[in-house]
Design a protein around this ligand. Structure first.
Ligand code: G1P
Length: 388
């Protein structure tokens, strides 16, 4: 067992575990603290033009960048050594926002995946960071209701070679699909099968021991030209390794498309736990349901129907907002109705009767040019000017 490169804390954890469990081969695997690896290199092609200027993982959902939810889950699971795999495009912006991980009491190491060659390829790119640790692999655009802490605890209690997270879905063909026996052991996994053998999709969280690296090293590119983590898991199963599963009870969302983002926004806004009002609401305005209003925000002669999250320094005048709407910092909305939408920082919306099911990027301007349109569904990247 190599001991070099371990911090004093890690060595201490190692000694403690070995001394409590000196006869258990299984426990030996846990001698290193679990690390986490967040994958955030994806290009987000299905979210263009938004993702031309903003990495998918930084799109705000309920006014928080998607990747923050992964950071929070990992922090709650007690993991403080986190690698984030980025691409040359996503790296600079993600580094600016997540920084060194201080806000989650974590140490963040950035790993560059130079080409988009799949999830297993991203793990390969992070080999030096992961060293011989067991690790939690977290797809940075996935959101979960269930606590990842419970999944990590299950891994630590059962000490399998790998643990995959599953969710029953109506149409599993777009995912990795698992077959599980009556004892809860995974028998087989297949990436995007045409004829799925179950409705259990691989959700975007996995826990592996270091043994996965050897399985990854033997992979060949799949039909879509990627090194699939699903194929590495299948190799582990074929080698007779112990692959456990954890089935999610709550919602799971993979924020890959506009509809998914709006759904995630709705679901997360529903968890806003009560009015939290730090801005000013004038006497002509009315609010109902769960509402968050950031400091410096002014609500004038407007109606807010929660759940709604309005960030700092916004100005809402003669308007109707909500339900299921989040407005980023510095948004200005005048004489408009916005419902079921994500409006990002610095957007200006003026005299639009009804914006619905929309995602509007940073500093976008939406103005009325001609006759009044009844309903508008907008999907706009940063700095667009839209005349309706
Ligand atoms: C990836 C995995 C797939 C998994 C999915 C979860 O798919 O390959 O097994 O079910 O994430 O979001 P992709 O998003 O690359 O199509």
């Amino acid at each position: 067992m190599p001991t070099k490169h371990l911090s004093i804390l890690e060595v201490k954890a190692h000694i403690e575990l070995v001394s409590y469990n000196s006869n258990s081969a299984k426990i030996q695997r846990r001698c290193y603290k679990l690390k986490a690896l967040i994958l955030a290199a994806g290009k987000g092609t299905r979210l263009k033009p938004l993702t031309d200027t903003l990495p998918k993982h930084l799109i705000p959902v309920a006014n928080k960048p998607i990747i923050f939810y992964a950071m929070e889950q990992i922090h709650e699971a007690g993991i403080d050594d986190i690698g984030i795999v980025v691409s040359t495009e996503s790296g600079p912006e993600i580094k600016k926002v997540v920084s060194d991980g201080f806000r989650w009491n974590a140490r963040v190491t950035y790993v560059l995946q130079s080409e988009p060659l799949g999830l297993a390829h991203a793990v390969m790119a992070a080999r030096e960071f992961l060293a011989d640790s067991s690790f939690l692999l977290f797809l940075g655009d996935n959101l979960f209701r269930d606590r990842v802490k419970n999944i990590v605890d299950e891994f630590n209690t059962c000490s399998p070679d790998a643990l995959v997270v599953l969710k029953e879905v109506a149409d599993p063909r777009a995912f990795g699909v698992a077959e599980v026996n009556t004892l809860g052991k995974v028998q087989c996994v297949v990436e995007k099968p045409k004829e799925p053998k179950s409705n259990l999709a691989l959700a975007g969280v996995y826990v592996f021991t270091a043994g996965v690296h050897e399985a990854i090293s033997k992979l060949k590119p799949s039909r879509r030209g990627e090194y699939e983590i699903t194929d590495a898991i299948q190799k582990l199963i074929e080698q007779g390794k112990d692959v456990h599963c954890h089935t999610l009870k709550g919602w799971w969302l993979d924020a890959g498309k506009k509809e998914d983002l709006l759904k995630a926004n709705r679901v997360l806004l529903e968890e806003v736990t009560g009015p939290a009002i730090y801005g000013d609401v004038d006497f002509k305005s009315s609010i109902s349901g769960n509402i968050e209003i950031g400091s410096g925000t002014k609500i004038v002669n407007s109606t807010l129907s929660g759940p709604v999250s309005i960030a700092e320094n916004c100005h809402i005048i003669d308007s109707r907002i909500g339900p299921y709407t989040s407005l980023g910092p510095g948004t200005i909305i005048t004489d408009a109705f916005v419902e079921n939408s994500i409006i990002m920082a610095g957007a200006h919306i003026t005299s639009i009767p009804h914006i619905v099911d929309s995602i509007i990027g940073r500093n976008v301007e939406v103005v009325l040019k001609a006759a009044r349109v009844e309903k508008s569904e907008i999907f706009a990247g940063d700095y667009a000017r839209i005349e309706l």
